[in-house]
Design a protein around this ligand. Structure first.
Ligand code: NAP
Length: 256
């Protein structure tokens, strides 16, 4: 018996086996879910290869969250594999590392900021709307944030995009709640993924995390984050929406 037995879950944002989305797909399958994964563009071939490393090879759907054609066709693409969805995972972010991250906050150009906000925050709304026709009552949407209540070294405009994501999640909770659809986020500590490696100076954050998190922190272990995402997808949080669950070793609760 798994906590996702019988559930059909789309995990958007799987590239490598280091992706949080990959770990989530793995734990979801171990907990009994039928999983579909998505990614976009040139990395799609990598995703197809990496998907074979999951316990069951899932269908891979092409989805660029900035492409209205992909969004319009998503419900039909899902129906080719399953007759509906009980959960959607948004594990997607992008910000130009040359201009938006790494300590050049004051120079961040608007066009790049707009792209980061579209891909990393607005897309939670886009994905929710695109999958709504196939989502059943009691469904759960879960996204990934990096706690946007503080200014961090190096994170810069991605922090602003995450603040927008956190707000977007609360508004989705408001507007989708009456249809029985929940929307929550997991705020993970720093994890060594492709996205994180692209951030100049992110390793400083990782070392201070290890020092301050009372439970300690392993930046190479995506599983605790994946387990929290899966718990939020399950029926064990039936009255929770608009919430942010920290999976950070307790870092957020410490002063010094
Ligand atoms: P990741 O493996 O690089 O995953 C990010 C995914 O977003 C990739 O699959 C990427 O595809 C995809 N993506 C980018 N632009 C897209 C677009 N236009 N349409 C569709 N997909 C797009 O890195 P990750 O760390 O697992 O990131 C997953 C989520 O966790 C992100 O929201 C991230 O901000 C969040 N998070 C990460 C950390 C951390 O320390 N790693 C901490 C807290 C929260 P490509 O690879 O093809 O670009």
């Amino acid at each position: 018996m798994g906590i996702l037995d019988g559930k059909r879950i789309l995990v958007a944002g799987v590239t490598m086996d280091s992706s949080i989305g990959f770990a989530t797909a793995k734990v979801a399958q171990e907990q009994g879910a039928t999983v579909l994964v998505s990614n976009f563009g040139r990395a799609l071939g990598i995703t197809r290869r990496i998907a074979k490393r999951l316990p069951q090879e899932p269908p891979v759907i092409e989805l660029d969250v900035t492409d209205q054609g992909h969004l319009d066709g998503l419900a039909d693409a899902v129906r080719e594999h399953v007759d509906g969805l009980d959960g959607v995972v948004h594990s997607i972010a992008y910000g130009n590392p040359q201009t938006l991250l790494g300590g050049r906050f004051l120079e961040g150009p608007w066009d790049d900021v707009a792209q980061a906000v579209q891909v990393s925050a607005y897309s939670l709304k886009s994905l929710a709307v695109a999958t709504k026709p196939v989502m059943s009552e009691g469904s759960s949407i879960v996204g990934l944030t990096f706690d946007a209540t503080s200014a961090w070294p190096a994170y810069d405009w991605m922090g602003v995009a995450k603040a927008a994501l956190e707000s977007t999640s609360r508004y989705l909770a408001r507007d989708l709640g009456p249809q029985g659809i929940r929307c929550n986020l997991v705020a993970a500590g720093p994890l060594k993924t492709l996205a994180a490696k692209a951030i100049p100076g992110f390793e400083d954050l990782e070392s201070s995390w290890k020092d301050r998190a009372p439970l300690g922190w392993d930046e190479s272990d995506q599983e605790p984050t994946a387990k929290a995402v899966v718990a939020l997808l399950s029926d064990f949080f039936p009255a929770t929406t608009g919430e942010i669950v920290h999976v950070d070793g307790g870092f957020h609760a410490m002063g010094l």
